[in-house]
Design a protein around this ligand. Structure first.
Ligand SMILES: [Mg+2]
Length: 185
């Protein structure tokens, strides 16, 4: 039986910050960029990141228009040749149907789930942009490996310090790096 590889959606295969910046820029006439989003609830000035997510994720047209992260399609295809791939997200129920549609339109036929925590999934590998998920996933079993997908909101000294002592846990800047690291599994 193949090992299971869990892939997070927002901040990993979906460039959600790009979509949110575009929404905020159009609505408020500002000029924000993904690199400005250096915290989970970035304050754009007229609106916070979390508030912008609440305003937009309930719209199917917004979800379906969200950009795919560079090389994500290649990455998922490559993984699927070796593992059972599950896409997992903490997105709220209001956009579950649209999220499934987005996955299908952009990547084809993949299982999509919305668990409370990715740690509860029976799986061997995880890639996520959330340091808490990444650490908790490996802590439950020594046989698990996780990757923190480095993004502006987790690229800081505190995150690096927390990640350092955790075995089987590393940060990566590209999908290619993950593929290289799991060779032979
Ligand atoms: Mg995420």
């Amino acid at each position: 039986m193949s090992k299971v590889f869990v892939v997070d959606i927002d901040g990993v295969v979906c460039n959600h910050a790009n979509a949110i910046c575009e929404f905020v820029n159009n609505k408020f006439g500002i000029n924000s960029q993904v690199d400005d989003v250096t915290s989970w609830d970035h304050d754009f000035g007229p609106i916070s990141f979390v508030k912008a997510v609440e305003e937009t994720y309930c719209r199917e047209d917004f979800i379906l228009g969200m950009p795919v992260e560079l090389n994500a399609g290649w990455f998922l295809k490559d993984l699927a040749a070796q593992f059972e791939v599950i896409l997992a997200s903490a997105r709220k129920p209001v956009c579950h149907a649209a999220t499934r549609k987005w996955v299908e339109q952009n990547f084809g036929n993949f299982e999509v789930i919305f668990p409370g925590s990715k740690t509860d999934i029976q799986a061997h590998f995880l890639v996520d942009d959330n340091i808490d998920e990444v650490i908790s996933f490996t802590k439950t079993s020594g046989c698990r490996t996780s990757f923190l997908f480095k993004r502006p909101w987790n690229n800081n000294a505190d995150t690096a310090r927390r990640l350092l002592p955790i075995p089987n846990c590393s940060s990566v800047v590209s999908f290619r790096e993950i593929i290289e690291q799991i060779k032979g599994n």
